[in-house]
Design a protein around this ligand. Structure first.
Ligand code: ATP
Length: 301
């Protein structure tokens, strides 16, 4: 019987803690998805970010012993650059994001932000420096204003308003009967996939982190919505370092650098044009997606 009660207990705890605003999105992400714990080294200093560069230096990592996922991965995202990560399903793209957020530590190699090894600084300061726009955002059963303010405790109404404006969801909110006080979530107004993503972007903007991590939705938004969201992401990514995990290539053509990952290794990198000219894995994936898009368009006619 205890086995039945424990998960229920856990759920109750998670719910109460969220209501009290004691944990933030990152912890919630970890509670739901991850089990392994990393700990701060004793006396760890806070991460200090002046120039938000990201370096993966020969990173080797596997979730389970005997199965290596990242096999000595090295790359650099200079401060202020926009880097996209592409590659076949299972190549290890999301794993890179999880390591950067330090849900796990690499078995070998180092990850640096602005020259500081992320395993040597406090997790709190690391997670404050990174904003995540996840694939599928969780909305709390609360007001839309609360959901946006969740990026940072103590955000003022003006900050929430400004974040909503920059995430291009303000016109939508202003048309709601109760504006920012409208209840959303399971027991309130249901938002579309695109609207939820915009709330997630606004939430991240309230937090105002120097580094942003976008995990592109795999579930297809219609192409118009996708294009709009992309434009918003580009605008909010200005002056920050952004890392975008892309499941579709249509969304990466503007990145400064595209990292092409295959089976845990970096096989190509460069901008869209350079990679097409190289005629390797990226070019092959691009041609295949173009062909698929054309087939779909024909089928739709
Ligand atoms: P996709 O485009 O399909 O999302 P991806 O490139 O993001 O793929 P990852 O999610 O990084 O791939 O997964 C890489 C490999 O690690 C996969 O083979 C996956 O099965 C494995 N993996 C991912 N998460 C875990 C986990 N929590 N425990 C064990 N193995 C995992």
């Amino acid at each position: 019987l205890m086995q039945l009660f424990r998960p229920l207990d856990m759920l109750g705890w998670v719910y109460r803690t969220i209501r009290q605003g004691l944990i933030d999105m990152a912890d919630m992400f970890r509670l739901m998805d991850e089990s392994e714990e990393v700990e701060d080294v004793p006396g760890a200093p806070a991460l200090v970010v002046r120039e938000p560069s990201i370096v993966f230096d020969n990173v080797r990592f596997g979730y389970d012993p005997g199965r290596t996922i990242l096999k000595g991965l090295s790359f650099e995202a200079p401060a202020g650059s926009h880097v996209a990560i592409v590659g076949p399903s299972g190549a290890g793209k999301s794993t890179i994001a999880r390591l950067l957020f330090r849900f796990y530590d690499p078995q070998d190699g180092r990850i640096l932000i602005d020259g500081q090894d992320i395993s040597q600084v406090t997790q709190k300061s690391l997670r404050e420096a990174i904003g995540i726009v996840p694939q599928d955002s969780v909305l709390f059963n609360d007001t839309i204003g609360y959901n946006i303010a969740y990026g940072r405790g103590g955000a003022t109404h003006d900050e929430i308003h400004e974040a909503a404006r920059r995430a291009a969801i303000l016109p939508f909110i202003e048309k709601l009967p109760h504006g920012f006080d409208t209840q959303v979530g399971e027991r309130g107004l249901k938002l579309s996939g695109g609207e939820k993503q915009r709330v997630a972007i606004a939430r991240t903007l309230v937090k105002n982190p120097p580094i942003m991590l976008f995990d592109e939705a795999t579930s297809a938004l219609d192409s118009r919505t996708e294009q709009d969201i992309l434009e918003t992401l580009h605008a909010v990514g200005a002056n920050r370092t952004t890392l975008a995990i892309a499941h579709r290539l249509s969304t990466v053509a503007d990145a400064d650098t595209i990292l092409v990952l295959d089976d845990g290794r970096l096989v190509e990198s460069g901008n869209h044009r350079a990679l097409l000219a190289r005629d390797g894995l990226y070019a092959e994936m691009w041609l295949r997606q173009q062909a698929e898009a054309e087939e779909e368009a024909e089928a739709a006619e």
